[in-house]
Design a protein around this ligand. Structure first.
Ligand SMILES: NC(=O)c1ccc[n+]([C@@H]2O[C@H](COP(=O)([O-])OP(=O)(O)OC[C@H]3O[C@@H](n4cnc5c(N)ncnc54)[C@H](O)[C@@H]3O)[C@@H](O)[C@H]2O)c1
Ligand SMILES: O=C(O)C(=O)C[C@@H](O)[C@H](O)[C@H](O)COP(=O)(O)O
Length: 541
């Protein structure tokens, strides 16, 4: 909620039998929040049951009382969970009140129940006057009438297919704790960060999509299985596509295989791609989405720390070629990003640690609080096991993801196609990508970028842009997190040649991103070669 604006912490909408009251009350208990049910409030205010109101005065009279109660509590029930009656949003004044509440930053949760389950629950011993006679048939007619309204209002849709009220209450509580980073620009979208955000897939893909290509790698099969189940529950036809893992999956040959599969499965421009996995998988999936029929919608579901903090957002898609990293690709904006923190639990420690490389980058180019958080939690982060508490995952990695994505969102919103400021996100990458290439991708991206940042700090110091203490800070923090500060492979000549092929290079001029002090990235064009060589020697073992 916008600061200073009254209103519930969240409003729950959905069909009769969806569990709004029961799930809402349980979730309020989990969150230690007050709970109100609109129907119960109506009966309290009227001094009689809804059935009696309907029987003696008819539905319009009930709706008038309901409208007064709901619109009053939308402004006055501060900080609680508020469950509405199924038909309530169909009243114009209530709909408008809900839109105004949403405009104030309010959260509207649509409990999207399985029609058969909810209809049966609603009809069973129903005291609901609107369902009298032919309860199931009436319910389903109301469902078709109301669902578009629910979906137009919802900021969160929670599918509850086959889930118990207790499980739904947990998911609702999780949804209220999720973090959100909005990326503006010509195609705005949201990066949602939290445990269980994968359940938002249907909300992001919407009704127009029929087929979904779920592109993932084998190490994340269990997460792909969960996403596939959610997609199928949402009514989508899923083409499950496993690609080679890591950088081996980020090639035009792999893309060609996926294009063939999309053709075989009849993918049209109204169908979509979901990229699930590390950054290599989301880069490939985004490239396939950008190129299939010149562009179909896609959603990224990053499962590595690096993919969450960086790769999945920003619209850089692409593949590697034998000549270099990311030399073929497209700027193509996703429909949304769902960074489900639960997936981190299966992430190997060394992969978690390499993801910290891009977090360190965001700290040095813009956000000192990221550096402070990294330093304060350096031992836990370096020793990541995946068995940490939910609270730690949400408070430390969750915070680092949100802050890093916020840094990236600032540049991407300003300069999607990297004509200038966005290049600051490439800090450490000129040498970093060369290392990856020379090492035939045996070095992880985050580790290569870590060395690249130490190199860039040394270069900045050599040329007098930054004090020596900034270099020392780079080395100490990078090392404390278990990242690499030096490299002994390759040759100067080979590295120099590769740096000239970097996408920031112009003509025969090298271009680097360096720091002109902490939090002040700047372009360094065509620096003296002896300074570059000296900085390079300083990161050699
Ligand atoms: N598009 C961008 O803006 C951008 C930004 C940064 C990095 N990148 C690219 O991202 C790639 C690096 O991403 P990465 O570090 O995620 O590497 P990656 O994609 O190779 O994944 C690392 C390894 O971890 C596995 N993995 C991922 N999530 C897992 C999970 N939850 N449980 C178990 N295993 C899991 C993967 O299968 C893989 O084996 C590089 O190709 C880099 O160029 C792109
Ligand atoms: O989003 C960007 O812009 C970045 O530079 C983010 C980098 O961390 C990332 O590794 C990106 O893939 C590198 O881009 P490239 O243009 O150098 O391939």
């Amino acid at each position: 909620m916008s600061a200073g604006k009254a209103g519930p912490r969240a409003v729950i909408i959905g069909m009769p039998g969806a569990g709004k009251t029961r799930v809402g009350r349980m979730a309020a208990g989990i969150l230690d929040m007050p709970f109100k049910d609109a129907d119960q409030e109506v009966e309290r205010v009227a001094g009689r049951s809804i059935a009696e109101i309907m029987e003696t005065d008819g539905e319009p009279a009930f709706r008038r009382v309901e409208q007064e109660v709901v619109c009053r509590l939308l402004k006055g029930f501060n900080g609680g969970l508020f469950a509405l009656g199924g038909g309530s949003p169909m009243t114009t004044e209530v709909y408008e009140g809900l839109m105004a509440y949403r405009g104030r930053g309010g959260v509207i949760i649509y409990l999207d129940a399985d029609p058969d389950e909810a209809a049966a629950r609603a009809a069973h011993g129903s005291k609901r006057p609107l369902l009298a006679r032919d309860a199931i048939g009436r319910w389903k007619r109301l469902y078709e009438e109301r669902r578009p309204i629910y979906e137009s209002l919802a900021t969160i849709s929670l599918p509850s297919y086959g889930s118990s009220p207790k499980a739904m209450a947990g998911r609702l509580a999780e949804a209220l704790n999720e973090r959100l980073v909005h990326i503006t620009g010509s195609d705005p979208y949201d990066v949602r960060i939290g445990p269980g955000v994968s359940s938002r897939l249907r909300t992001l893909l919407g009704e127009q999509v029929l087929r979904v290509a779920l592109i993932h790698t084998r190490p994340v099969q269990r997460h792909a299985d969960h996403a596939r189940a959610l997609l199928r529950q949402g009514g989508y036809r899923v083409s499950d596509i496993t690609i080679p893992d890591a950088e081996a999956g980020k090639t035009v040959q792999v893309a060609d295989g996926v294009w063939n599969r999309l053709a075989e499965d009849g993918f049209t421009r109204s169908d979509a791609v979901v990229g699930l996995g590390g950054g290599a998988a989301t880069d490939l999936a985004g490239f396939v989405a950008a190129s299939w029929m010149r562009g179909i919608p896609y959603v990224n579901c990053p499962t590595s720390l690096l993919a969450m903090v960086d790769a999945s957002a920003g619209g850089k898609t692409g593949v590697n070629t034998p000549q270099g990293k990311n030399l073929v690709g497209a700027f193509y904006t996703p429909r949304g990003v769902l960074a489900d923190l639960k997936t981190l639990r299966t992430l190997p420690r060394e992969i978690f640690v390499e993801g910290l490389g891009e977090v360190v980058k965001c700290g040095f180019i813009m956000d000192q609080s990221i550096l402070d958080l990294l330093w304060a939690h350096r031992d836990e982060l370096r020793g990541f096991t995946g068995r940490e508490s939910d609270e730690w995952i949400e408070e430390v990695p969750g915070e680092l993801v949100e802050r890093s994505v916020t840094v990236k969102a600032g540049y991407v919103s300003l300069d999607l196609r990297e004509s200038g400021p966005r290049e600051f996100l490439n800090y450490g990458h000129t040498l970093g990508h060369a290392i990856e290439q020379v090492e035939h991708f045996s070095w992880r991206h985050g580790q290569a970028v870590a060395v690249g940042m130490v190199f860039a700090a040394e270069l900045s110091s050599i040329l007098g842009y930054a004090e020596r203490d900034l270099v020392v800070e780079h080395r100490e923090l990078v090392e404390a997190l278990g990242l690499r500060t030096s490299w002994s492979g390759g040759s100067w000549e080979r590295v120099l040649d590769l740096m000239h092929r970097d996408k920031k290079a112009r003509g025969d001029k090298l271009r680097f991103i360096i720091l002109d002090g902490r939090g002040h990235p700047t372009h360094l064009d065509d620096p003296p070669e002896d300074a570059v060589r000296e900085a390079f020697e300083r990161i050699r073992k």
